[in-house]
Design a protein around this ligand. Structure first.
Ligand SMILES: C[S@@+](CC[C@H](N)C(=O)[O-])C[C@H]1O[C@@H](n2cnc3c(N)ncnc32)[C@H](O)[C@@H]1O
Length: 685
């Protein structure tokens, strides 16, 4: 059994408790009176950056993210935990920033800036997993008792993970008899440790809530049932306040002309819209439709949180209305700062000891990883400690561990990391391979491979070959891998807390183009796997985006285009199931094996992970899907070659037409010719 840390520090203050207000609870809610609004206004998130016609913020409210220069965003985190200057390539020194792609620039990637002491879980068993055993520093794990006076000096730099803004939708206080789920999981706040149980509980709630929405939509909920649940006394109490009136189109127009709504008005309206949508029949104004309330809510979300209308709507559609606001709220707060122990150089307990001795307040992330540590406070720059410089750890978002855990590389394997810079996942793979086998770490962006190479060296990875091809050139350049990781370039809608610019700079066209690139890359990744691999034959597809176009739609496309692959369990013990149905699209039922991760549920960046097993092509399948052939006179980096690859991998069906057209438009533009007008993309989830 694991021995306990003698000098364990108190548990960190976790995130505040949150539950989704359900339609039923909202009907009963009274705690969220307008008197609360003043307080909340002081902790409001940034105002809309572009497009903002809303009235100026209250003087004590947070400035807009632009105003605060949050585009290089992990800004808040960066301030909490000082980092090394040695990573100037990446601005703030975070290695595991997520990549984005500038679709206006021929898919050249933008840099995506994006990424206490309870050592109880550092049991001896953990050490079994470590290939390298360094000299253990003296650290007593024998007792649970906290020892006073041996806490490291902790000053400033406190992680802001617990400072989430006040909720628009308050936590319900009326018990939770609406849902049958593990209540204990809902106690306290979301921490890395309780995340799994919380996740399950919230999943159950979300499912129940979605069911309610559906029932309501179909008019299937009998009025009597609702009346039974509805507490008229409380409704009357709510009615004592000024009754809520959903603005008409004319009133909204007038409000816009007057400079946009007042913040408190927006806050109240959001709450009220959610309440009404939860009990539409009782609470809706006469002759007003459900979609009018939804439209108002989305417009208010856009203005309150500073998103463009398109993205606010797109992201809102992912969740039941009350949960959507939780998601937007979570995007206003930095995620916990986490590091990954580099097991090529040290063990987690030794690293923890060394950092504690330097005044770092940390604890293990959770049972699901035996290499992660969550940093709560530090009196030293966490990106410039001697241990950091010696490559004992990687500053890495917890969500970034997931695809590598799913990939589960085995010693001596040949692995391709198709989009790998700056190397957070590459170096993790190299460590799991215990410096055996080989990892081809590829990234199309040469500039980014510099920091990739630097990280590979710093972490002592001797089995990594860095290369820079367009991923769509694989497997022409190289194939036959035991495993392939495609951590795809994406919109970054899962890491908005790190990059607030995503709120306003993503358009419908971006998602269309990204989805197209992702589909091309995933087919190339699949074709790069050796289906006869003795130990592997797997591909993991991941993104730091939460949109269905970039995730389930891509995975479903791959399943349709490559009959020789099937989805398998990711091996991850938590995460929501991937959608099998979404806004009229039906995906392969096995897409439920894929996993979604959300900031408001898992307290980590929004992320998506899918794992495929690649089988041998059957003769029948081979006739459907021609294997990729290497074009003659293939010249790396030549657009013509990439286009040839696009044709080879099978981008020829009707649903690919808009993408092919778009590629043609770009080619024509590049040649100075006038491109034809765009047609509407056919494949949109
Ligand atoms: C999400 S980031 C990868 C992060 C990396 N896996 C890590 O853990 O540090 C996506 C990467 O894809 C790269 N990229 C964009 N388009 C690509 C392409 N066509 N082929 C290969 N890489 C591409 C970007 O340069 C970016 O570094």
């Amino acid at each position: 059994m694991g021995r306990r840390a003698k000098n364990k520090q108190g548990a960190p203050e976790p995130l505040e408790k949150k539950t989704y207000s359900t339609s039923k609870k909202l009907g009963k809610r009274k705690a969220d009176s307008d008197s609360d609004l003043d307080d909340r206004a002081t902790t409001r998130p940034p105002k809309k950056i572009k497009d903002s016609k809303a009235k100026p913020r209250a003087p004590d409210s947070k400035p807009s993210s632009k105003a605060k220069g949050q585009n290089k965003s992990s800004v808040k985190t960066a301030k909490s935990i000082p980092k090394s200057d040695s990573d100037n390539d990446f601005g703030d020194g975070w290695e595991d920033v997520e990549g984005d792609v500038d679709v206006n620039d021929e898919f050249s990637s933008d840099e995506f800036q994006g990424i206490t002491n309870n050592l109880d879980d550092l049991s001896e068993e953990d050490d079994e997993d470590y290939p390298l055993r360094s000299t253990t520093q003296k650290f007593d794990f024998d007792t649970d008792e906290e020892e006073e006076g041996i806490q490291p000096v902790l000053k400033g730099n406190k992680s802001k993970q617990h400072e989430r803004p006040s909720k628009i939708i308050p936590t319900s206080s009326d018990g939770s008899d609406d849902f049958d789920y593990d209540e204990s999981a809902d106690e306290g706040r979301v921490t890395m440790a309780n995340m799994e149980a919380r996740s399950r509980a919230l999943d159950a709630k979300a499912a129940a809530e979605a069911e309610l929405d559906e029932e309501e939509l179909q008019g299937a909920v009998a009025r009597k049932d609702e009346d039974d649940d509805f507490d008229m006394d409380e409704a009357d109490e709510e009615n004592d306040a000024e009754p809520f009136h959903l603005p008409t189109a004319a009133e909204r127009e007038a409000e816009k002309h007057a400079g946009g709504p007042d913040l408190q008005v927006v806050q109240r309206r959001m709450r009220e819209c959610i309440r009404v949508l939860g009990k539409f029949k009782q609470l809706a104004e006469k002759d007003r439709s459900r979609s009018e309330y939804t439209d108002q809510l989305v417009a208010d979300i856009a203005s309150y949180y500073g998103y463009n209308d398109f993205l606010a709507e797109k992201l809102s559609q992912l969740f039941p209305v009350a949960e959507a606001v939780e998601f937007f709220e979570a995007n206003e707060v930095p995620r916990p700062v986490t590091i990954r122990t580099n097991t090529l150089k040290t063990r987690r307990r030794d690293l923890a000891q060394a950092l504690v001795n330097r005044g770092v307040n940390l604890e293990p992330i959770g049972k699901w990883t035996n290499v992660g540590l969550q940093v709560f406070e530090s009196s030293v720059p966490i990106g410039a400690t001697p241990e950091y410089l010696a490559g004992h750890y990687m500053l890495q978002a917890a969500s970034s561990f997931l695809p590598v855990i799913a990939l589960s590389p085995q010693p001596n394997e040949r692995v391709l990391d198709m989009a790998s810079a700056p190397g957070g996942k590459t170096t993790h793979i190299a460590a799991l391979l215990q410096n055996t086998g080989v990892v081809f770490a590829n990234d199309t962006n040469k500039a980014r491979t510099k920091s990739l190479t630097a990280n590979v060296h710093r972490l002592g990875c001797k089995n990594v070959v860095v290369c820079s091809y367009d991923g769509r050139e694989f497997p022409k350049v190289m194939g036959g891998f035991d495993r392939v990781l495609l951590d795809a370039p994406c919109s970054g809608t899962g890491v908005i807390s790190k990059d607030q610019s995503v709120k306003v700079n993503k358009s419908e066209r971006d998602f269309t183009m990204l989805s197209h690139l992702q589909k091309q890359l995933i087919l190339c990744a699949i074709d790069s796997v050796n289906p006869e691999s003795k130990t592997g034959g797997y591909i993991v597809y991941s993104t730091c985006s939460v949109t269905v176009d970039e995730n389930e739609a891509v995975v479903d496309y791959a399943l349709r285009k490559r009959p020789n692959v099937k989805l398998v369990e990711t091996g991850l013990s938590f995460g929501r199931e991937g959608y099998t149905k979404y806004r009229g699209k039906i995906f392969n039922p096995s897409v439920s094996l894929t996993r979604r991760f959300y900031p408001h549920v898992h307290n980590m960046d929004g992320f998506y992970v899918a794992k495929f097993k690649v089988e041998k092509r059957s003769k029948a399948a081979a006739t459907v899907e021609e294997p990729v052939t290497i074009p003659e006179k293939f010249v790396l980096g030549e657009e013509a070659a990439v286009e040839q690859v696009q044709e080879d991998v099978g981008f020829d069906s009707e649903e690919d037409r808009p993408y092919l057209e778009e590629a043609k438009r770009r080619r024509m533009k590049a040649k100075g010719l006038r491109p034809p007008p765009r047609s509407k993309p056919a494949h949109r989830a």
